[in-house]
Design a protein around this ligand. Sequence first.
Ligand SMILES: Cc1ncc(COP(=O)(O)O)c(C=O)c1O
Length: 431
Amino acid sequence: MELFLCNRKQKNFNCRIPTAAILQIIMEHLPLIPNLENHPTPYYMYDMGLLEKTLKQAAEASGRYGYHMHYAMKANHQKEILTAVNQHGLGVDCVSGYEVQAALDLGFDPSEIVFAGVGKTDAEIRLALQNDIFCFNCESVEELQVISAIAEMEKMTARVALRVNPGVDAGTHHHITTGLTENKFGIQLPHLQKALQICAENIHLHFMGLHFHIGSQITSNEPFINLVHRVNWIWDHYNINDYGPCMLNLGGGLGVDYENPLLNPMPDFAAFFAMISSNLNIPDHISIHFEPGRSLVAQCGSLITRVLYVKEGLHKQFIIADAGMTEIMRPALYGARHRIDNLSRSTGQVKTYDVVGPACESSDVFASDLRLSSTHRGDLLAIRSCGAYVQSMTLNYNLRPAAEPVFYYPSFNRLKSLFEGIPEPFMQKAV
Ligand SMILES: Cc1ncc(COP(=O)(O)O)c(C=O)c1O
């Protein structure tokens, strides 16, 4: 059963003639365009109103079951986004010491910070320990031994959850699947008993519970139901209760609609948590945690780019934009497809284009055979669903400088940008 609007078929990706409903949404944003024109491109634009709504809905839906959420900071670590997340009472999930430090600097309560990752350095472990974070999500027996040795040196006790690789297929792109036995993540089931034993025997380790994360951009129920049933089985089969656990962390992974982001700006959080609750069967006193990233922030961001050239090929017409794989790596990395709108002209004659970036790589392609209103040099394009794993993954390749973010706060009807004060020459438009 497909609960979360599935983008795997991608059947509508190549048609960008706006429907009436989409046109209306684009029109609502038109008053912004004079402001958008003023910024040097490319840049990331964040709709902070949509972010607020999404965080509110997710927090309400999880709160109904007493579930805890730790936002996966890797999706987007912009200060404004993290501040909104903090204000909605979510914790954070970090995957490096730098992320742990950023969370602390922004005022997240250490008791709301979890720390995962297969390659934590000694310095990162020490930093997290000294700051008394909620829990390490420990990914191997080897790491467990290092954490315990460092905790002993520091004369402390480390709170650890064991990240288990459950062998559950997330049914998503193979580069964002993490819960299969061939993946590097988590402790394999044959090693779980040993890890539990180490926790039980070591006074510098405090066993908190189990952690799972099977992958990202999961758009149907089935992988989550399989995960939860597997968790029920593992809890029982490995007698987890005997080790005194207090928590279970089910990770992130909930997908978003990349095909129709304007019509479906957020996933059905209520249905998601209801599904988890009705399938999970572990003792009531265990607190349940999640680490959503993409589902919270993907749809609030667009990458705004200007058309540099419309180039005639032999068999194709290329739109060459001033944003490329350096600003949005997902198409080159995973073959991901994002909706693209021409903000400068949404009506008129429709043509077929390949939309590409300027980087010296053949994989720097956003769309092939895209049907888009007739496009010209200087037009502004919006590449949608760029709030997650886009700005946080930027590259410096070809010595391109980082594109800046612009934050749109509808409640104040104002754009907050980092460009304020940038000298005139950098603000030029295409001629
Ligand atoms: C351990 C862990 N938790 C949470 C997430 C967030 O996943 P998503 O953005 O799909 O919700 C990730 C992302 O890969 C992850 O590796």
